[in-house]
Design a protein around this ligand. Sequence first.
Ligand SMILES: [Zn+2]
Length: 135
Amino acid sequence: MSTAYPRPVPAAADDARFWEFIAAGGFRVQRSTGCPPFRHPPRSVCACGERASEWIVSPGHGEVWSFTVIHPPTLPAFSARTPYGAVVVRLDEGVFLVSNLVDCPVEDLAVGMRVELAITTVDGDFALPLFRRAR
Ligand SMILES: [Zn+2]
């Protein structure tokens, strides 16, 4: 399996903060200080107009909301990994992340599968918020 992931480069301050938490081995979800719903991806202004936000520690528990299995042809960085599952995880906080499951054959992928965060280092030093089946 290749570990040559293209690196998503944080482009905005709020997004950079999310990646800093991941790199430190933590996982946090952003929400406005003006209303309760969590939001992801991070952004500088809430839909309610509030600019102040806070980062709440999350255990990273959720379920597979949707998935697809990726087959060739793909970008060269991903070709050695095929077939693999691309999943949409709905965290218990109500936000969605597009990710991959580790240690899960594509035949076992299922909507509703309980998953947990598995921060995984790729490219030697870059941490990604991947998931695995809940234990
Ligand atoms: Zn708000």
